[in-house]
Design a protein around this ligand. Structure first.
Ligand SMILES: NC(=O)c1ccc[n+]([C@@H]2O[C@H](COP(=O)([O-])OP(=O)(O)OC[C@H]3O[C@@H](n4cnc5c(N)ncnc54)[C@H](OP(=O)(O)O)[C@@H]3O)[C@@H](O)[C@H]2O)c1
Length: 206
């Protein structure tokens, strides 16, 4: 099975590459903007892919015809999405449209790709939980609005698809471009700072 990951330099992307590259039944294509930032570049193919560029998506998807695409790439800085709305929409919604459109055009009797898209619990307002898949979304930030739009694009597509809504991804990866909640807490505690963590909804938010 050929699996292509977008955003392979990111937190989730890197974890998926390291997990999948050791699976002998998987032929793995890791893709991200610019250079590969993973220390171990063995056991998979790396291609530079900017998913906001339609032609770039077209050429890489056509070249590999992956059976499964795991779309982890996104503009994930919630504050930056608020101030750079055009970029956020392009990155989180339009890029999904590009991928779906290319895959739909490649789909035929012998090629039927499965698009797996990463979304977020932020599409909900966090006022109650636990939540069902059918819960009505109520995005409170621009980041959440862009992610909800992406979900709508995926749900309406003519591909096999799945949406995974993750909650506060954390961990350590190679050449990290940004921190995460657990590292932030660790760093502050190491500096002797007193932290006030407010548990608004134990199923949902920190
Ligand atoms: N982190 C969380 O707590 C959390 C919570 C809920 C949902 N999610 C969702 O889970 C997914 C993965 O999140 P993550 O934590 O792994 O995020 P991340 O570490 O920020 O990784 C996202 C990756 O996307 C890449 N990217 C940005 N623009 C791109 C483009 N135009 N083309 C190709 N790649 C591009 C970034 O590249 P650069 O490194 O070069 O900037 C980054 O490596 C996202 O869809 C996010 O919305 C995350």
């Amino acid at each position: 099975m050929k699996i292509l990951i977008t955003g392979s330099n990111g937190l989730l992307g890197q974890k998926l590459v390291y997990k999948l590259k050791v699976n002998k039944t998987v032929s793995l294509i890791a893709t991200a903007r610019g250079e590969n930032r993973l220390i171990d570049a063995t056991g998979y193919i790396y291609e530079s892919l900017d998913i906001t560029n339609f032609e770039n998506v077209e050429s890489v998807f056509e070249k590999y015809k992956p059976d499964v695409i795991i779309n982890t790439a996104a503009m994930t800085n919630v504050d930056a999405c608020e101030t750079q709305k055009e970029e956020a929409w392009l990155m989180n919604a339009t890029s999904v449209e590009h991928q779906v459109k290319v895959l739909e055009s490649l789909k035929n009797n012998s090629y039927n790709p499965h698009f797996i898209h990463l979304s977020t619990d932020f599409i909900f307002d966090g006022t109650h939980g636990p939540l069902t898949e059918e819960e009505k979304p109520n995005p409170l930030s621009y980041y959440a609005e862009t992610k909800l739009e992406a979900e709508k694009i995926v749900i309406a597509c003519k591909l096999k698809w799945a949406i995974a809504r993750t909650v506060l991804v954390y961990g350590i990866v190679d050449n990290m471009s940004r921190s995460n909640i657990v590292l932030w807490v660790k760093q502050n505690l190491e500096q002797g700072k007193l932290l006030m963590l407010l548990m608004i909804n134990s199923a949902h938010q920190l």
